[in-house]
Structure formats: C-alpha cells, structure tokens
Design a binder for this molecule. Structure first.
Ligand code: GTP
Ligand code: ZN
Length: 288
C-alpha cells in the first residue's frame, strides 16, 4: 500500500504521484467510483496487483470544488486587472466570499499594473485589502513575480477571475512550460475533448495549478448566511462578540461587526459587499 496524490485523470486512467515524487498510472474499481469518485488533488492509497496499480481508498478531503472537480485546494489566486477589464472591488469581494466559503485560502493578485499611473485611485483600494490582512501581489509587464512564485511552491492552487483578467498570461510568465502543457492536452484529446473526462493539475513554479473554477451567482443562492459570515477573513477577529449568538451582522442591535465597521477596524466596502450578498441569499428564501 502506498499513499499518493492524483494529479491527472483522463477517462478511467488516474495518474498519481507518490511521496517520493514517482508517477504511477492507476485504475479505480467501479465500487470505489460509486462511493466517492476520485478527483484530482485527492490523496489516495494505491495497491499493486499482478499487472497494474489500483486506487483502493480516497482519504478525507480538506475541501472540494465541483466545477472543476478538484479536492484539497490550498489556495485560490484571485486575479483582478487594474484595467481592461475595469478594476472592481465588488467582483474581488464576491470571489473572496466564494473562495472562503469553499474553505480555501484567498490570495489576491492585481495584474496589468503597468496600465495605470502611480497615483491611480486603485492603489488606495489595494491598500484597503492589505490593511484587512489579505496576502496580495502586484503584477504586470515589467513587474517581477518572485514573491508570487514563492507563494505557489508546494501548494495546490486555482486561479479565478473574469475573462481577460490576465490569468493565462500570468501563468505563462511564471512558468514558461505552462502553454506547452495545455497545448499537449488539447492535441492529445483532439476531437474527443468535450466527451472525454479530463482533469489535471499543472506543474507551475514548484507547485500545482488546477483549472479555473467557474463561480457563478447561482453559488451564492445556496449559501448559508451564518456559515459565510463565519468565514469572511475581515470578520474573523471579531466573531462571537455580538449580542445575539446567531447575529448575521445585518441590522441586529449591539452587533460587534457593525461596531468595528463604524470604528474603521473592518473595511466598510467589504462589509457593504457582504450585506449585498446577504440580500441575494435571502431573496432565494422568499421565493420558495
Ligand atoms: N499590459 C498588460 N497586458 C496584459 C497583462 N496580462 C495580460 N495582458 C493582456 O490581457 C489580455 C487577456 O489576458 P489573458 O491572460 O488571456 O486573460 P485570462 O484571464 O486568461 O482570460 P480568459 O482565458 O478569457 O479567462 C491579453 O491580451 C494579454 O496580452 C499585463 O500584465 N499587462
Ligand atoms: Zn453581529
């Protein structure tokens, strides 16, 4: 029995990496696939039989995404461009909420910084994230990405952000083999691309990067407000201090979170974006 991590799945062929970084191709028995379908990022136990390796067991996941199916994601790099498309704290905050709700650590990466002047108002907005304690990196043409590279090392990451934010450009900048890796897949899958199940973690800067999760506004509708509130990093230091135990920090009396917003300890922008999402979640409840 060996412990290994799934890094690639094509149909029913599982590529895993063991603790000594050796690669094995495994199959998964039908019984296992029915109980808990193995996904990339999964830690599994594999066993050798006469002519092949088989996945015997999927170990407990620390988190999982559904689209794409990836387990045990360490962090999500939220990519937002300074310009083209326009910088939006509403969008950044919505991504933060979705990422933390999935129990994944958010990291912010502001790209295309070369497109704005040094005195652009977005610097103040970025500073607001820094003050709130978020790990953040500035990137773009002429910027060096060494610190971001360090943050990716040894971790499983996903990049999220709107189309055109610069996600692929960023990956290609920090890992020149990235484009090659993705081209090889499309070539190998050819016309079967849309019918063959395929999921992979790409080797990037000493870590692993999965496909971009397609978060949507639908995801908010199924959220539990209390759970979301408990996971927002800006609120973390001040939880459990409201008058009501089940306070959702919306309009309750003696709400400590609101007090902290008033005192400038919690970003007012992030709080407002949270309240807007609470309204979205509540709308769903009224409908049914
Ligand atoms: N000036 C400048 N342009 C950039 C930078 N990063 C990306 N771009 C340009 O922005 C456009 C979109 O970049 P992509 O990397 O394709 O964006 P993406 O997030 O991967 O987009 P999708 O694949 O649609 O999700 C391209 O024309 C890039 O050349 C940057 O740091 N500076
Ligand atoms: Zn409260």
């Amino acid at each position: 029995m060996k412990k290994a991590r799934i890094i690639k799945i094509v149909s029913n062929r599982y590529e895993v990496l063991d603790e000594d970084k050796q690669r094995f191709i495994c199959v998964a028995m039908g019984k296992l696939r029915k109980a808990k379908s193995p996904v990339v990022g999964d830690m599994v136990e594999i066993e050798h039989y006469d002519d092949r390796w088989a996945i015997e067991r999927v170990l407990v996941r620390k988190n999982e995404l559904i689209r794409p199916s990836i387990a045990n994601v360490d962090q999500a790099i939220i990519v937002m461009s300074a310009k083209d498309p326009d910088f939006s704290t509403t969008l950044v905050d919505r991504l933060i909420f979705q990422v933390v709700y999935a129990n994944i650590q958010p990291i912010l990466c502001f790209t295309k910084m070369d497109l704005v002047e040094k005195d652009d108002p977005i610097y103040a907005q970025i500073e607001d994230y820094r003050k709130s304690g978020y790990a953040l990196y500035l990137s773009g043409k002429g910027y060096d990405d060494d610190k971001l590279v360090c943050a990716l090392q040894g971790k499983i990451s996903v990049l999220c952000g709107q189309s055109g934010a610069g996600k692929s450009s960023l990956l290609n900048r920090i890992e020149p083999s990235f484009q090659l890796q993705t081209q090889e897949i499309s070539k190998a899958l050819g016309r079967g691309k849309h019918t063959t199940r395929h999921c992979e973690l790409h080797a990037v800067a000493g870590g692993w990067v999965g496909d971009t999760p397609g978060f949507s506004s639908m995801d908010f509708q199924y959220m539990d407000i209390a759970k979301l509130a408990a996971r927002i990093p800006d609120f973390k230091d001040y939880l459990g201090m409201c008058r009501f135990k089940d306070c959702i920090h919306e309009k309750e009396p003696d709400c400590y979170i609101m007090k902290m917003v008033e005192e400038g300890k919690i970003s007012r922008i992030r709080y407002q974006n949270y309240v807007d999402i609470v309204a979205v979640i509540k709308q769903r409840k009224i409908k049914y």
